[in-house]
Design a protein around this ligand. Sequence first.
Ligand SMILES: O=P([O-])([O-])O[C@@H]1[C@@H](O)[C@H](O)[C@@H](O)[C@H](O)[C@@H]1O
Length: 298
Amino acid sequence: MEETREETPQDLRNLALKVAGLLEEAGQHALHDQLNPRNLAQSSTENADRGPRYKLEVDSKIMRFMSARIADIAHFDGFWTTRPAESRPGQRYWYIGKIDGVINYIRRMSEWTVTAALFEFGPDNEPKPIIGIVHAPALGLTYLAAKGAGAVRIHKTAVGEKRDKVVPSMTSSLDGSVLSYGMSFLPDESQRALDVASSLAGRPADIKRVGPASLDLCKVADGTYDAYFEPMLHVWDIPAIAAGTVVVWEAQGTLSRWDGERIHWRHDNDVVASNGLIIRELQHYLQQYPWPDSINQR
Ligand SMILES: O=P([O-])([O-])O[C@@H]1[C@@H](O)[C@H](O)[C@@H](O)[C@H](O)[C@@H]1O
C-alpha cells in the first residue's frame, strides 16, 4: 500500500537544508584530512584510481557520521546501498555518497564533493531521487534541490553567506559556449569523451575538464557551464549523480542520453546535461561517436 504524506515542497526543502548542515560538518572533517600533511605521502604512492587508504577511511567516516545523525532529523525507511529486497510505493531511502572526485581530492584540488540524495519509490515501485544535496567543502559551496521546490546555491565565504536561486544559462549556440565533459579512468569511455571534445574544437569558447560529475551537473544547473557530457556514469557514483540530477531537474535544465533520449533519472549510463537551448546542436557532435547498445545495456 502506498504511504501518504501531508508534505509541501517547502517541507522537503527544509529537510534538505537540515541534511545539508550535516553534510557540511562531514565535509569539514574530510577537508581537514585532505590537508593533513601525513596523508600526502600516501597520495603519491598508492593507486590513484581507487584512492589511497586514507581516502577510504575518510569515506567510511562520512558514512558513519551521516547515518548516525540523519536519523535524528527525519523519518525514512533506511539507507540505500543496493535496492532493498522488498519495496513499496512511498518508501524513502537516503543514499549517502563517498567523496566524488577521488583524484581531485588526493591531488589537493578544490573540486570534490560530498553528496546525499533521498530516493522515493514511485507508484511504479521504481526509486527516484526527490532531494539532492551536493556540497563542495573546499569551495564553500552547497547546491540543494527538493522536488517541486526549485534549486538553491549557498556560497559561504569569509565575508558571509549568499543564497541564490539556481537557473541555467541563456546561451543559445555552441559558438561561444562553455562546456564541460567527464570521464572515468576506463580507456573506451575516456576515448569517447576526448573524441567528442576534440571534434567540437573551435566552436565553444572553452571546454573544461575538471569534474567531478556531481559538481559538473550543478554547474550546468547554475549557468557556469552551458552543457556537460560524460560517456558513462558508474554505479558507484549513484548518490553523487542522483544529487546533481535533482539540482539540474529543479533548475529546469535538461538531462538526456548520448543518443538524445530525454531522461529523468538514470545511472550506469551516458548522460548529457544542458541549459536546454544548445542540446540539439551538441547532439549533432555526440551522434558522430555513438555509444554502442551493448555498452548501454551492460
Ligand atoms: O568516481 P570518482 O573518481 O570519485 O569521481 C569521478 C570524477 O573524478 C570525474 O571527474 C567524473 O567525470 C566521474 O564521473 C566521477 O565523478
